[in-house]
Design a protein around this ligand. Structure first.
Ligand code: 13P
Ligand code: SF4
Length: 314
């Protein structure tokens, strides 16, 4: 189908159905451009909690749709492709995580938002990469904490907070693919460039960063910085908004180690297309479902995150 036709049909359906489209920064540029809101994982949860639309079309991966449904159970939550999962969420099966928690009695449980509802239901407070440091800081210094599932983010938060949280051994297959060699090669080619790194990357990459931050954090930093050139170590979808927000600056994606292509893409995020957004919105299906029993448990740690974030002005 023609792109122009799809865009005008999506806009018509949005009005007709009182739907809003939210997109994560890792979506294709075409999807970001038709969205009413584009943001990081925290912003998507915050918008989902307060929208008065009847339908939320969440263009991202499944856990983002699930989080929106948990926060807005009376709304219809749609995702363009139900198969858009997350390797990080998959690295933490709820039954194994529950066993891990039992092996560490007396620990509070902090989970990254990149988890299933079943893992959130085992959690005291959810975090995203935007608020993880501040939320960990909000616990007493001597609190024993389990952090899951991302060992790289957990390691990074341990290093900047002086904590010794027990880490679940999970990771994102996209962020783990960055290599020191590729970063240093690009640094040699562009010595004036600053390196922007998402904390889901391994610590050897984090150590090369001029700025470590969530997608929203890296974007904000790049806009405000005096530097004109940036090497970006996160999923390459973020470059769309970076380039739009700072058209006078140059953003260069750092490629993964094992590939000849220039970008590091999340294959799950890339399953979503404009065509699927159109079809799913037209049919109002497939819909994200969460049972009431699971929702009642999973909503508490998400609301706690939103409450702390609001207090901190995040
Ligand atoms: P943020 O949106 O918090 O930057 O996280 C990135 C991510 O991996 C989403 O899947
Ligand atoms: Fe999950 Fe990684 Fe894709 Fe984000 S980039 S959705 S953490 S697999």
């Amino acid at each position: 189908m023609e792109k122009e036709f799809l865009i005008s049909e999506i806009n018509r359906l949005k009005k007709e159905k009182n739907a809003i489209i939210m997109a994560h920064y890792y979506q294709d540029g075409d999807i970001q451009d038709i969205a009413d809101f584009v943001g990081d994982s925290l912003a998507l949860a915050q918008w989902a909690a307060k929208t008065d639309a009847d339908i939320i079309m969440l263009c991202g991966v499944h856990f983002m749709g699930e989080t929106a449904k948990i926060l807005s159970p009376n709304k219809k939550v749609l995702v363009p492709d139900m198969a858009a999962g997350c390797s990080l969420a998959d690295s933490c099966p709820a039954d194994e995580f529950e066993k891990f928690i039992k092996e560490h009695p007396g620990h509070k449980v902090i989970s990254y938002v990149n988890t299933t509802a079943a893992v959130k239901a085992l959690t005291d407070v959810v975090v995203t990469s935007t608020n993880a440091k501040q939320i960990v800081d909000s616990f007493p210094k001597d609190e024993k904490i389990i952090f899951g599932p991302d060992k790289n983010l957990g390691n990074y938060i341990n290093s900047i907070t002086g904590r010794n949280m027990v880490l679940w051994n999970g990771a994102c297959h996209v962020h783990e693919k960055f290599s020191v060699r590729k970063v240093l090669d690009l640094k040699k080619e562009y010595p004036d460039a600053q390196v922007l790194v998402h904390p889901e990357c391994k610590d050897v990459i984090v150590r090369l960063a001029d700025k470590v931050g969530s997608t929203a954090g890296l974007l904000k930093y790049a806009i405000a910085s005096d530097c004109k050139r940036f090497l970006v170590a996160t999923e390459s979808g973020i470059l769309h908004e970076m380039q739009k927000s700072a058209p006078d600056k140059v953003f260069i994606p750092i490629p993964p180690e094992d590939s000849t292509c220039a970008c590091n893409n999340c294959s799950y995020m890339r399953l979503n297309t404009l065509e699927k957004v159109y079809e799913v919105l037209k049919n109002e299906s497939p819909e994200v479902e969460v049972s009431d029993e699971l929702r009642e448990k999973a909503v508490k740690p998400i609301l706690k995150m939103l409450e702390i974030s609001a207090k901190l002005g995040l």
